[in-house]
Design a protein around this ligand. Sequence first.
Ligand code: OGA
Ligand code: MN
Length: 290
Amino acid sequence: MDYQIKPLTRGFGAEIFGLDLSAGFSDNLAQDLVGTWNDAGGLMVIHEQNLTSEQHIALSRHFGPLFGDPRETPLQDTVSRYIHPDHPEIYRVSNQVSKDGTPKGRKGAGTYWHSDVSFRNRPAQASLLHAKTIPPVGGDTIFADQAAAYDALSEGMKTILAPLFAWHDFEVAARTQYAKPVVVEGDMNGANCARHPLVRTKPETGRKSLFVNPGFTSNIDGLDANESKAILEFLYHHSTQPQFLYRHRWTEKDLLIWDNRSMMHFAVMDYPDDEPRYMERCTVIGEPPA
Ligand code: OGA
Ligand code: MN
């Protein structure tokens, strides 16, 4: 296909130039982009996209079934007030509030290391975040490559982690973890809880990744609380070292696509309330981690 690809870091990520998806795109082109994304370790930015909501959703469907699609899942109960009123597949992130007092999106979303929806049995695969309005500076998003972080562990540590599972529990994590997600009505209903292996394999590539995150992981199953905390804190420190990171400085109309199976991300909220930031996200339902 006719577009240019530039690596974002030595390890992961690609930057795409020369594409205008708003002019319409074929299934072939969309499938080709999914391949490019996989080849880039699951992180890709496509610049200058004037996508309509319909186009954003149509492209996202090429990555898999979507959260919020009435044909796939019930409405996203925990985040329903942030869902686009006309498009249940679109989740909105914003620091802005409408004149009638309703939020234009979730404020403070992801201002801690996390992997989207890891507290569900089928967590997010790709997230496709489209920047509609951004502050003049700040509001960057940082990504940490958990496949590279896994590879960098010793064989001894890999052997220790191999049989372990962890609980991902939004409610427990919100009360006890240092990440302390911003909590809103609906988060604490006890339903956002799942048990996943500490190391998961991406079916498309066979590559392994660490799969725990300070935002949502509450504890390692079967370990004493102090043992669990020691291992998790080691892993969080290990997996957020600079050599595993990419920091995205947004340009308006960027479409950023990341694979939640092999990376964590962190939204830096360093901009003031009177500088609007508005993003729209489609989120692909992944397979149960294994
Ligand atoms: C998200 C998220 C990051 C950001 O949409 O999943 O974490 O920078 N947002 O808005
Ligand atoms: Mn997120």
